[in-house]
Design a protein around this ligand. Sequence first.
Ligand SMILES: N[C@@H](CCC(=O)N[C@@H](CS)C(=O)NCC(=O)O)C(=O)O
Length: 235
Amino acid sequence: MAKAALFKPAVIERRSVPLAVISPKPGDDHMKLYYTPGACSLAAHIVAEEEELGLDYEKVDLKSHRTETGRDFYLINPKGYVPTLELDDRTVLTENVAILPFLADRRPDLGLAPPPDSMDRVRLLEWLGFITTELHKSFGPLFHKSAGASEAKNKIEKRLSLIDGKLAGVDYLMLGRFTVADAYLFVMLTWCGKFGIELQHFAELDAYHDRILARSAVQKAMGDEGLHEKMLAAE
Ligand SMILES: N[C@@H](CCC(=O)N[C@@H](CS)C(=O)NCC(=O)O)C(=O)O
């Protein structure tokens, strides 16, 4: 076969539906966030509260994979994990790196994510990719008390120390303002104490955590997930 035929570029059909058609504007949102208190879905919850989107919420028990209304969560999201965002057309969106910018784009005026066509947006994706693969996933062995927990803890501390350096002299991860990347990172920081990772040992992270914690949307989301009561009970 001739080489030219082998390397003939595939014809890509452009059939994607414009975002504006899929998703309603703020005010008439009827999306539902499936969440588990204190899990990574808290980031999406915070973002939705920042935007006052008025989402519906349904709690998921990750042990039984049942929702609070008794439904089999695997039938809603076959991946079986939160966050899961059900759009008003009943299609389902998964993955923090997709859900967080998607939610941010409901209120572009708030600047929780930079505009889609900008280099800043690429930088946001760089942060989200780093947080999800290098940090979030590293907590797995700690939560599951599985082999490799100590290596995972070392890796998390190494990654946090890199982030700590980036936070010197600035209040947020990028652009000098709160973005969805801060919401995501914040959730990971709330997990650290459970595993003996002390934020006080870093130059910036403790104050950064407290700065995000003080936001009213964060207080609201955490309060609605019952996390304040849990914290008080742990004291
Ligand atoms: N790749 C997914 C992972 C989400 C994830 O790990 N969710 C955890 C809670 S933080 C979960 O629901 N785990 C339950 C399970 O995997 O069954 C994302 O980034 O959104």
